[in-house]
Design a protein around this ligand. Sequence first.
Ligand SMILES: Cc1cc2nc3c(=O)[nH]c(=O)nc-3n(C[C@H](O)[C@H](O)[C@H](O)COP(=O)(O)OP(=O)(O)OC[C@H]3O[C@@H](n4cnc5c(N)ncnc54)[C@H](O)[C@@H]3O)c2cc1C
Length: 375
Amino acid sequence: MDFSFSTEEEAFRQEVRGFLEENLPDPVPTTPEFLREWNAKLRAKRWVGFAWPKEEGGGGGSLIEQYILKEEMSLRRAPPLGSDFMGLAWVGPALIRHGSEAQKKRFLSDILDSSSLWCTGYSEPDSGSDLASLKTRAVRDGDEYVVNGQKIWTSAAKQAKWIFNLVRTESSSRYGGITCLLIPMDTPGIEIHPIDNLSGRPGFNEVFFTDVRVPVENRLGKEGEGWRVVMGALANERSGISESTEMTRKLDSLIELARNSRKAGRPALEDTSVRRELAAFDTRIEAMRLNGMRNLSRQLKGDPPSSETSINKLLRGALEIRMAELSLEVLGSASQLEGPWQNAALSFHGTVIGGGTPNIQRNIIGERILGLPKD
Ligand SMILES: Cc1cc2nc3c(=O)[nH]c(=O)nc-3n(C[C@H](O)[C@H](O)[C@H](O)COP(=O)(O)OP(=O)(O)OC[C@H]3O[C@@H](n4cnc5c(N)ncnc54)[C@H](O)[C@@H]3O)c2cc1C
């Protein structure tokens, strides 16, 4: 297997570096004005939606160059490519795959321009890991669906303009009775109740639907095709090929923390157990990178992201938790104070669950990759 990049790909890397040198101040500002300008510059270069087809408003770039772009951005700790995270990561790709021409026209450019914000309505109080058991009901009434039910853990629902929502249109078929609806969050009958998480910040919400009327034209794919739509969207959510670069940056910060903290009277970085753990993190991040490459090479052959994305999701979760725990050990009594590592330690447990718990990833790896029998 050859992991080297072609001359054109290396030239593109230099172009990205040059752009970052010219346009990204150090330290990186976090003001809304800067982020707006930054998104506009990236959009003008067609780097937001880099690998989306040109006819859909994207950059028409290759997946390898997209990987290089994300890697270089992450190395410089640049803000994300566009601000509509869910729109870019899975709603847009699902629209490109399953949407009508009218839907693509209506939604894609807003996602690329960072002028929309999507949230995702999968989980319900009794349907998380077993998502296909969802009960929020949509009943057809002429040219509309009437939606009743409840979603939970809906990240960013309070700020979002639209929800990518799974509903049940048929109760006799478990998978074939699920449909995907695109619903404006200001539709009468939608009520949002924020839920505070462990770190004290509002993150996710309960979303209640009472007789919410949704035009049939807002259905993504055919009635009963929602499961197919969402399986692709979930693989996109978990694929995160460039995540290994992000984890490398986190490891760099952890090494810095260990260098500047003291354990038993000497720099924590000199402690053998700390050094062993840091080395193990580095090895696992490299495994993530290579697995990401494996998934990328599948996609280059025209296949969609596969079950292998679960491997990186699982690896990342375990890494996030152990890195956060080690940071608290290194901080010692200072771990009781407020700070970025302390906050991270409070949020990582949730991050690991979002997009599917570790047990569910293990089931997917066991059944779909290793071919083990379903228990
Ligand atoms: C930070 C965060 C953000 C989120 N954002 C969203 C969002 O935007 N939209 C959305 O719809 N949802 C969101 N979720 C919800 C998330 O998808 C669910 O929490 C997750 O799928 C687990 O479902 P559950 O909470 O109902 O747990 P359950 O499914 O009840 O699981 C409970 C426990 O049982 C285990 N378990 C369940 N089934 C099996 C099995 N078959 N085999 C082995 N073990 C099993 C699980 O691993 C877990 O440990 C978010 C969650 C978090 C933490």
